[in-house]
Design a protein around this ligand. Structure first.
Ligand SMILES: *[C@@H]1O[C@H](CO)[C@@H](O)[C@H](O)[C@H]1NC(C)=O
Ligand SMILES: *[C@@H]1O[C@H](CO)[C@@H](O)[C@H](O)[C@H]1NC(C)=O
Length: 376
């Protein structure tokens, strides 16, 4: 395979500015390469210089600013300061904005109560989405409309929304989001739905079939992509999952990728393994026609959520905490460049989605009907 000369320059220590991720992701045929940006990092000039470089990141996601606890902390009291601070960056730079997230069981204020009746909950969800998605109308490439509806065993989380409305809270949320911001791509987003085919993936496929049949306009599935170095899903596993989702929706994306080390400090060999693990994700996306992009859940270890959530683990990002690029970064650039010069995506899109997972054999019937019947 002929590689462009620029490849050698990009992998050199003093790589020129033309070697950024989004630039090469687009050359390889993806829509974007993006990063989450959280409010505390907005005052860090070194951080923002990279975050605002749209050749590095063609897309940004507010890590927390648009969540329910920030946008409607008290019933009917809407505030958009945190979300706007990130959305305004995208406005200024022209980066795509993935908006995150409308209906989620976590970071949910306690006034959204488990004792709401079905009608009360439906009104609460309607009001929340009409206001928040209405505020950002026209700014969001995509909305994560519903986030993390399932436990890892494939059972619905007993969220206040689920307890009040059963599966219908999902259908209702998508319909309301579509009516509010018709130009946004509407996503279902979750974690541990990357490695084909666990109970949670099967339950997600069944749920999607049910809500789509009920009229929910679900355009995309976001696979968060949090994983551990050396235990990450392989490219074939990732591709199988995306082939199954591709039967049901128009696009799929990796929305929150980070691959953390489980023991620190790391060795050079650990960092090489991390690079290989990232490449499984990037390669799977490139080889899946409906995979449109990859977002990392922050680009530098300085602002990673991992050490706070998983003490003793970390260094999950593409840049270290002093903004040095890791082997994973250069490996990804190199893979994008190879894919660009080989025309990988144009070949991939010419081939119909090769589906090795029988999504249609997954029966929505019993579990969902039972779950719904037990809802208030
Ligand atoms: C998920 O569905 C696939 C395909 O129908 C099946 O092979 C697999 O065993 C299922 N996994 C679980 C954990 O039920
Ligand atoms: C769930 O139950 C509600 C109320 O009984 C009903 O209107 C709705 O159609 C049911 N949804 C599904 C997916 O069975």
């Amino acid at each position: 395979m002929h590689l462009p000369k620029i490849l050698a320059f990009c992998l050199a220590a003093a790589a020129p500015a033309s070697c950024q991720l989004d630039k090469w992701a687009k050359a390889a045929g993806l829509k974007y390469f993006g990063t989450a940006v959280d409010n505390p990092s907005l005052n860090n000039a070194a951080y923002m210089k990279i975050a605002r470089d749209k050749d590095e990141f063609g897309q940004i996601t507010p890590a927390n600013g648009q969540k329910w606890s920030n946008t409607e902390s008290g019933q009917g009291r809407f505030s958009y300061g945190s979300g706007d601070a990130i959305a305004n960056v995208a406005k200024q730079t022209g980066q795509l904005l993935r908006c995150h997230t409308l209906v989620w069981y976590n970071q949910l204020p306690s006034w959204v109560s488990s004792s709401f009746s079905r009608d009360q909950m439906q009104r609460v969800i309607t009001t929340h989405i009409q206001n928040v998605a209405g505020h950002y109308k026209g700014q969001c490439y995509a909305w994560d409309v519903v986030n993390e509806a399932f436990e890892d065993d494939g059972k619905f989380r007993q969220s206040p929304m689920y307890r009040a409305m059963g599966i219908d809270y999902i259908t209702h949320s998508f319909k309301t989001a579509a009516a509010t911001d018709p130009s946004a791509r509407l996503y279902y987003n979750d974690f541990n739905i990357e490695r084909c085919c666990n109970a949670k993936i099967n339950a997600t496929l069944a749920m999607l079939k049910t809500v789509i049949a009920a009229g929910a306009p679900v355009h995309g599935v976001g696979m968060q992509g949090h994983s551990r170095v050396g235990k990450s899903p392989s490219k074939p596993e990732l591709k199988n999952t995306m082939a199954a989702f591709s039967l049901l929706v128009e696009e799929v994306a990796y929305t929150e990728v980070d691959i953390r080390h489980t023991k620190l400090p790391t060795s050079a060999a650990d960092r090489e393994q991390q690079a290989r693990d990232y490449l499984e994700v990037v390669g799977a996306c490139l080889e899946t026609p409906k995979c449109i992009g990859i977002t990392v859940w922050d680009y530098t270890d300085q602002y990673s959520w991992i050490p706070g959530q998983y003490p003793g683990e970390g260094e999950a990002c593409l840049w270290d905490k002093s903004f040095n690029k890791k082997p994973a970064y250069t490996s990804i650039i190199s893979m994008f460049q190879s894919a660009a010069s080989a025309g990988l995506r144009s070949t991939a899109t010419a081939v119909p989605a090769a589906v090795t997972v029988e999504a249609r054999t997954i029966t929505a019937g019993t579990t969902l009907a039972t779950a719904n019947a037990s809802a208030r």
